[in-house]
Design a protein around this ligand. Structure first.
Ligand code: HEM
Length: 494
């Protein structure tokens, strides 16, 4: 490949492409990580590419992550990058369909709904969903001790079941076997890269998306209204917590806003946690030694002499170093969000330490471009991580290992309050599966609680095996949202 140099020497180099408007769409779309790594090799940490008419500048490495994720609101905008994709799915007035300051307040409301008290109530509910799922859906029993399954499909079901039973509320869970599942399917069909690139195509899937959005939003409205009438009791869920939230200017969150936030949370957690849990199980199936250590960790913390386990608790999630390392390591190698976009609102000067055209000069990322961060690249950078391509949870447990130490070496731990509570700025870190800065994920604790409880259930009850001789490689042509692989759950009790 050759370099396509822009005329203006202050602009980053452009990835060579043959067809002007189409640009690098096929090269990037085929495998974004391969594209990023190969381009980094040729152009360094900063380069631009054309994606179906859009000019995207990619800034890689910890400094690149910082430039994009730590950017000022006057310079970079997430809402300008995403609203055409998210508003038809989430609905109006929330997330990217409102000023950034309102999103920060909505994130604060969400965080209030994820208090220790509510998170504490979740593991028993997740455990009981797992019990039901493996016994009745997968029908694993003493007489039928093994189930061969498509891992991603299975985990996607378990994630939506457990998220709806906990955070979403029991009305959503009860409706999952009925109309809600159909709304979800149609809405999800409108939340794809195609919708991101082409917001308004006259395709049937777009019509289905719009119909499903309205139906799902109305469904949440009816839950709220029934609760107000006292017709249903409820638990520690997010709807209950969002009711009564008031913006700083005194305007209360409307029932419609709550409905749309609930849809946003459903969509934000579903693919990310399904992909993470699927990759984790595939790696564990490939490493029976680590799987056995996880079992021993469960036994040591929760077992008694009769081989009976005590239930998982929220507090225990934080006391399981190997479980934590297994999830961390999976997120290092398989960050579910490979590209994080922002629209550039005003020219961004690039610090020469990231990339410079020549000594004494610097690049500019011009207004009108999109800036793209890809934390997954620094998470797999062989210059930062030893054996970067090897799934090795132990790297997080070794004191002078290349996990925590690598992160600490780069991470500036400055605390910043963006309006939804003080978070470690962490924008210049090589490890950011949950993003960084003002748009950082607020679902991390929930995701860890959900994933750890599900894995604890699986480890206690089953052994795992792959249906192939190794963990599948990511294949973006077959599945954008996670691995395609078969695995076997075999009951420990036979
Ligand atoms: C934001 C990853 C689970 C809710 C983000 C971002 C990332 C991320 C990378 C930053 C996006 C950006 O900067 O544009 C993940 C991963 C998850 C996960 C890897 C699971 C393994 C969840 C869950 C929820 C959630 C379960 C809901 C309970 C959100 C919200 C935002 C966010 C509300 C803020 C969006 C913004 O401020 O622009 N997540 N997420 N996430 N996530 Fe998550």
């Amino acid at each position: 490949r050759q370099v396509c140099l822009p005329r203006d020497k202050t602009l980053p180099p452009v990835v060579f492409h043959y067809i002007p408007w189409f640009g690098s769409a096929a090269y990037y779309g085929e495998d974004p990580y391969k594209f990023f790594f190969e381009c980094r090799e040729k152009y360094g940490d900063l380069f631009s590419f054309i994606l179906l008419g859009r000019k995207i500048t990619v800034a890689l490495g910890p400094k690149g992550n910082n430039l994009s994720l730590g950017g000022k609101v006057s310079q970079v905008s997430a809402e300008e990058a995403y609203t055409h994709l998210t508003t038809p799915v989430f609905g109006k007035g929330v997330v990217y369909d409102c000023p950034n300051d309102m999103l920060m307040q909505q994130k604060k409301f969400i965080k209030t709904g994820l208090t220790t008290e509510s998170l504490q109530s979740y593991p028993p509910l997740i455990d009981s969903e797992c019990e039901d799922f493996f016994n009745h859906e997968l029908k694993i029993s003493a007489s039928n001790p093994t189930a061969k399954v498509d891992i991603l499909h299975t985990m996607s079901e378990l994630i939506i079941l457990t998220a709806s039973r906990t955070l979403q509320g029991k009305e959503v869970r009860e409706s999952l076997n009925g109309k809600f599942a159909k709304y979800y399917e149609d809405l999800d069909g409108g939340f794809t890269p195609l919708n991101f690139m082409f917001p308004n195509l006259p395709l049937p899937s777009y019509k289905r998306r719009d119909k499903a959005q309205k139906a799902m939003s109305d469904f949440y409205m009816s839950i709220i209204q029934d609760r107000k009438k006292g017709e249903t009791d409820h638990e520690n869920d997010m709807i209950a917590s969002l009711q009564g939230c008031v913006y700083k200017n005194g305007v209360p969150l409307s029932d419609r806003d709550i409905s749309h936030i609930m849809i946003a949370l459903l969509m934000a957690g579903q693919h990310t946690s399904s992909a993470t849990s699927s990759w984790t199980l595939l790696h564990l199936a490939d490493r029976p030694d680590i799987y056995e250590q996880l079992y021993q960790e469960q036994k040591a913390k929760f077992g008694n002499e009769d081989g009976i386990f005590r239930p998982m608790t929220y507090e225990a999630v934080k006391e399981l170093p190997l479980m934590d390392a297994v999830i961390r390591e999976t997120l290092r190698m398989h960050a579910p969000i490979h590209s994080i976009y922002r629209k550039v609102l005003s020219d961004i000067p690039v610090p020469p330490s990231l990339s410079a055209p020549s000594e004494g000069s610097s690049y500019i990322i011009p207004k009108g471009h999109f800036i793209c961060a890809a934390p997954g690249v620094s998470q797999m950078d062989p210059l930062i991580w030893q054996d970067a391509k090897t799934w090795n949870p132990n790297r997080w447990l070794e004191e002078k290992g290349v996990g925590q130490a690598a992160v600490e070496q780069y991470t500036k731990s400055e605390q910043v309050d963006y309006g939804f509570g003080s978070v470690s700025k962490g924008t210049e870190s090589p490890y950011q599966p949950f993003g960084a800065g003002r748009h950082r994920c607020v679902g991390e604790q929930f995701a860890y609680t959900q994933l750890s409880t599900i894995f604890a259930y699986i480890v206690r009850h089953f052994t795992l095996s792959l249906d192939a001789d190794k963990v599948p490689e990511p294949n973006y042509r077959v599945s954008r949202n996670g691995p395609k692989g078969l695995g076997r759950f075999s009951s420990r009790i036979v």
